[in-house]
Every structure is written in C-alpha cells, then in structure tokens.
Design a protein around this ligand. Structure first.
Ligand code: GLN
Length: 472
C-alpha cells in the first residue's frame, strides 16, 4: 500500500497521473480499515470522500483545481460539518447532526480538500491522553500500548499512521501540540483569533483555536493559510491580512531565541528530554543564533491559572447541554429539573463533570474574587511578561511535553498528574501566542520528543519559516 508523506508527493503523483484522487482516497480508506485497532477514526465518510475525489479529479482535468486538490484530511469530532454527526466524543451529543459547517472546514472544502472522516478526541477537548472519550482510547501508532496524547489524539494518530495526509485539531491548552509531540508529527496552534472558531464546539472560548496536524511544516503552513482569516460568523476573528505561510522564508540574520531555564530544571522532566533540549540549544548557538535563558517567575502558576479559567469558561459553555436542546436525554424525566440533572449526570463523562463542578465553584459568589478574578489578574501578568520577552526575542523554545507518550491508563485516575502534562503548552493559550510542535528528538524508548517554538502574535510566517529551517 502506498504511503504519501507530503502534499508535494501527492501533487507529483497527480501530475504524472500515476494516481488519481480517487485512487489516493481508496488507498487511505484501505489503510484506515487495516489500522482500525488504533481507534483514531470514529466515522469514515467512504462514499462521500470517493465522490468528492472524483469531482476533484474532474477539476484537475479541467485545469481548475483548488489549492488543496487531492489532500485527504481527517477532522476532529468537535468540528461541525453540516448533515454529519458531531459528538465531541460525548454521550451528551448522542445522535446529534450538525446544522451548519465550521468555517475552517468550509474553507478546506472550498479548496478541494477531501474530508475522509471524523477522528476521536477527548470529550469536549478535555484531556491530555485521548482516554476521556466514549469511543475508547486512541492508541499511539508507534507503540500501541501507549497513549496518542490529547485531546486531538485521533488527529495525531491518524496522520502518523498515514490514515490521512493531514488532520484538523483544536488547541485550548496544548491539544494540537502535545499529541503531535507524542505521535511524531507537526502541529501548530495559531495566534488566538487567527482562525475562525465558528462551528467549533466550545470548551473555553478565550483559549480555543483550530489548527492543522501534518507530516511536515509545508503542509501545515498551507492548511493554516487556507483556514485563517476574517469571518463574519466569528466576531473575535482578526481582520489582519493572512500571509502566504507556505512561502514564508527565514530572514538572513541571527535569530534571537529565549528559553525558560526553570523549564529545563523542572522536577518531573524526563532527563533525556532535558538532554535533547540542551543539545538543541548548543546546536542553535553553533549556527550563529543568539540563545539565552530568561526568567519566567510565573512558571508554576501557568497550570493552576489555566485550570481555573478554562473550567470557569467550560462550566458556562457546557450549560447548553441540558437534555432539552440537543442530543442525549435521560429516560427518567418527570420534571424539568430532573430532566436536566439526569441527562447531564448520565450524558457527561467523569472528567467533564469534574471540570463543570470546579468551574462552577470558582465562579460562585464568595469564591469568584479569590479564584476567578485572581486568575484573570495573573493571566494579565503572564501576558505582559510574554509581551516583554518578544520585544527582545523572536522565539521562546521549550520541550512540548515533559516526556514522551506514556502507557495507556497510567495517569487516567490521577487528574493532577494529567493536568501537569500541560505545563509547557498552556502559556501560549493563556497569552494567545502562536506555537508549534516539531518532532525533532528521539528518545531511547523509541518514541519521538517534541520541540515547541512559540512566536509573537501573528508571526506565524516567521514561526513556520524557522520551523522549516529546523525540520524539513
Ligand atoms: N490537556 C489540556 C486540557 O485538558 C488541553 C486540552 C486542549 O487543548 N483542548 O485542558
């Protein structure tokens, strides 16, 4: 079975007519069914994808293909696609069909991408291991006993296993980058407001962003270029012009790179991940770049502040799932109140309920100022400090995660251990900055180590150019 690892390979094959889009799609369908044990796809749009592939083949023949003609893409199960099921991996959305299409998905379709199916994820994007899902955990393609990361674990596993060329994920606190790191692919979270969130099932609205996972930087850049930009359906989206990310190139001067020393000295950081970072720093210095340690006094506050604010936002966003409007309704519904209570009790998973309760608590009268307001203030300080860093430096580098993919079940019963997984990724969501994970390291356990680069707001072009320089 053929395995394409880049869109340029696909385009080459289409140009030479070695394969048609229909052949390529059939090949992916076969790969998905051969690797169904990974549990990456929860629904495959076989007939529809083939029909779309044939339309794209026609367009290619007529000389009118879109930018993504022949690119086969999987979409995370929290993105709406009209007349298709979407569940956010939750029982509460059981049987729900999307009434409209997310802007990001529509833009992929407008450029002739082929959407092959929806992929597994953590329920409402809450998790770091893709174990909080009604569909069962996603297995890491590189070691089936280990997690794929979360919450976009299905997206990362599908790309790594060659079940689609690229996938769309969402990132509220690391959910694109951490699974990318665990599965050895590229994943980018754009600047907050770069990509429309219209049609993304909200987890924490002031953090959520949609982004691509791919085998290489070029493919991720091209997808980002297509899905970014202003949108009348999302008032938070930036109207800033979208650069041609796929053509971005690195500037010809030493790059100024910062790293937070305490990140490398953290207890719990795998010694091999630390060594990998130290070697990278030396390598970058040897290439003539400026690489310097910086202090970041709020490092230990990143995870707590993230969890206070995101659970608060989630408790409000998830109030709409009440057993009346959408999806699942309990069988025990004598009164309005017990319709709500029973439907929500039975419909939501453990972790989601934990977060709704935590979020409701931090917003409740008497505790609001002590938790929510305080966390908002610290978020501002973190943002201001990050702005200061980017006045002096082009990028901040760190590992994407403290270690490589861990065994399935290892942290599932320990929420605190799971939350600490996010220590390096949440800063970019608290501040809104763009950040990417590149699979640059190899651990002696045979698994990839992700290298994270964070850039100044709306500097996706520079970030991707630097990534290309380091990776491809
Ligand atoms: N692991 C983080 C959480 O559980 C991030 C999730 C995400 O980015 N959607 O909240």
């Amino acid at each position: 079975m053929i395995l394409f690892r880049s869109f340029s390979e696909v385009q080459e094959a289409l140009k030479k007519s070695t394969f048609s889009c229909a052949d390529i799609t059939k090949n992916y369908l076969k790969r998905i069914s051969n690797q169904s044990h990974l549990n990456a796809f929860i629904e495959v749009y076989a007939d529809e994808a083939l029909a779309q592939a044939k339309i794209v083949d026609h367009k290619i023949k007529n000389g009118t293909p879109g930018k993504l003609a022949g690119m086969v893409i999987g979409i995370k199960d929290n993105l709406c696609y009209k007349n298709h099921k979407v569940s956010a991996a939750s029982k509460i959305l059981d049987g729900f069909d999307s009434l409209f299409t997310a802007t990001s998905i529509q833009r992929l379709l407008n450029e002739d991408a082929i959407i092959i199916g929806r992929v597994n994820c953590d329920e409402f994007g809450m998790g770091s291991a893709n174990e909080n899902t009604i569909y069962g955990p996603v297995k890491n393609p590189l070691d089936n006993l280990r997690v794929a990361g979360g919450s976009s674990g299905g997206s990362a596993a599908a790309v790594a296993a060659g079940l689609c060329l690229a996938a769309i994920g969402s990132d509220t606190g690391g959910s694109i980058r951490q699974p990318a790191s665990f599965c050895g692919v590229v994943g980018i979270k754009p600047t907050y407001s770069r990509v429309s969130r219209y049609g993304l099932i909200a987890y924490a609205s002031s953090f959520d962003q949609i982004g691509p996972l791919a085998n290489n930087v070029e493919d991720a850049a091209l997808i980002l270029e297509v899905i970014s930009g202003k949108d009348d359906f999302d008032s938070t989206v930036s109207t800033k012009k979208v650069e041609q990310y796929s053509k971005a190139s690195i500037k010809d001067k030493p790059i100024k790179i910062a790293y937070i020393q305490d990140c490398l000295d953290r207890k719990g950081l795998d010694p091999e991940v630390k060594k990998f970072m130290e070697e990278k720093i030396i390598e970058l210095k040897k290439k003539g770049h400026v690489v310097e340690p910086i202090p970041f006094p709020q490092l230990d506050l990143l995870v707590p502040v993230y969890y206070v604010l995101t659970t608060a936002e989630a408790s409000s966003n998830l109030a709409r799932f009440d057993g009346v409007h959408y999806g699942y309704r309990s069988k025990i519904v004598e009164t309005l109140e017990n319709t709500y209570i029973n439907s929500r009790t039975e419909g939501f998973g453990e972790e989601v309920k934990r977060r709704i309760m935590l979020g409701t608590f931090v917003l409740s009268s008497g505790y609001h100022d002590a938790y929510f307001t305080k966390a908002q203030k610290i978020r501002r300080v973190i943002k201001n400090n990050t702005i200061e860093v980017f006045k002096k430096y082009d990028f901040i580098i760190s590992p994407t995660a403290p270690h490589t993919a861990f065994p399935i079940g290892k942290k599932h019963k320990d929420p605190t251990a799971m939350y600490l997984e996010d220590v390096f990724t949440v800063q970019a969501n608290l501040t809104g900055n763009p950040a990417i994970s590149l699979p640059l390291g190899n651990h002696s356990n045979g698994l990839p180590i992700g290298f994270q680069i964070m850039a100044d707001n709306f500097k996706e072009g520079e970030l991707l150019a630097f990534s290309k320089y380091l990776f491809n």
